[in-house]
Design a protein around this ligand. Sequence first.
Ligand SMILES: *Cc1c(COP(=O)(O)O)cnc(C)c1O
Length: 378
Amino acid sequence: MNEWIKLSLPHKSGTEMEWIERAYRDDWFVPLGPDVNEFEKRLQHFLGTDRPVVALSAGTAAIHLGLVMLGVGPDDDVICQDLTFSASANPIRYQGANPVFVDSEPETCNMSPEFLEKAIKDRIKITGRKPKAIVVVDLYGMPARLDVIRTIADSYGIPILEDSAEAMGSEYKGKKCGLWGDYGVMSFNGNKMITTSGGGALICPDAESAARVKFLATQARENRPYYYHKVIGYNYRLSNISAAIGCSQMETIDSRIARRREIHRLYSEGLKDLAGVTVQKNPSKDFDSNFWLTTVLIDPACGMTPDKIRIALLDRRIESRLLWRPMHMMPVFEAFPYYGSGVGESLFERGLCLPSGASLTDEQISVVIEALHDILGA
Ligand SMILES: *Cc1c(COP(=O)(O)O)cnc(C)c1O
């Protein structure tokens, strides 16, 4: 029997202990230190941008502070992609605002521009105010139709927060994901493209906003000899030890992205003749997903559901996962408005994520492909 084949395990670059030891030796195991600055510089260089990047304790913290910076407050409407991880939506509620969920379109699994515009118009009609922000997600690494969404957002003067937690290295029309919104979000949780054992970053529009984000992320302490606070603060900064791990992980980011794309290519090749299974692909040359997770859609006509396949894969020590369940189907978000036609629901009912970690070998991918042929071909 094969070793367990996991969905997306962290991948070591090999120099993590050197970075941690150096930070420890130089007494930088206090919260802030030089590795935080270095990590931010490496992220900025990777993104190829002048925009400042602020390292934070989680992607969720980055979404929260992004919403704070956009002035989201109690009873505001915030448009949010419906098909996503709950961390895209929870911070809207932290601010006492109301999420307005917008369905996906089938090719990218991301926000439908059509329903986005419908939602904006309808909310203005109902509330007399435009939504305060739009949270768009690049799901599984696939870029949303970010230019179309930007045009709609601009025509109503609504800012965008791009949740690119899963899309590190993805590009749309030659520009990196995370750079399309007024604010952009990165995540370094254990299963993402790189890990700091937990962490995130907020890509800010300019130096002034980045300074404000750092201020809010370190308890909003005013510059006085005693503790003095004018606004609510947070403890959201990334620790120096975590940033040291991040610096190490950045040494191999390009090869990790290349490997996830190669794994997607192997699946596309190996599953192309298997009836009932469609591997998600870049819809056109404009899209260049990092394929953080390769997802497949299962045709109901083949007689198997994604969950039955998931269980059959588990029997073969292969971990797979159903797609994100749409937010409007969650008890916690049921009461909030939803604009769509059930595309997200249908994707949830038909979709499955396959093991895609950058440390998986070609042989392991072959084992998964053979298992799928075995399960579905029978
Ligand atoms: C992982 C993830 C987040 C949250 O990031 P954390 O670093 O785990 O807080 C937010 N949105 C999406 C789409 C994610 O996949």
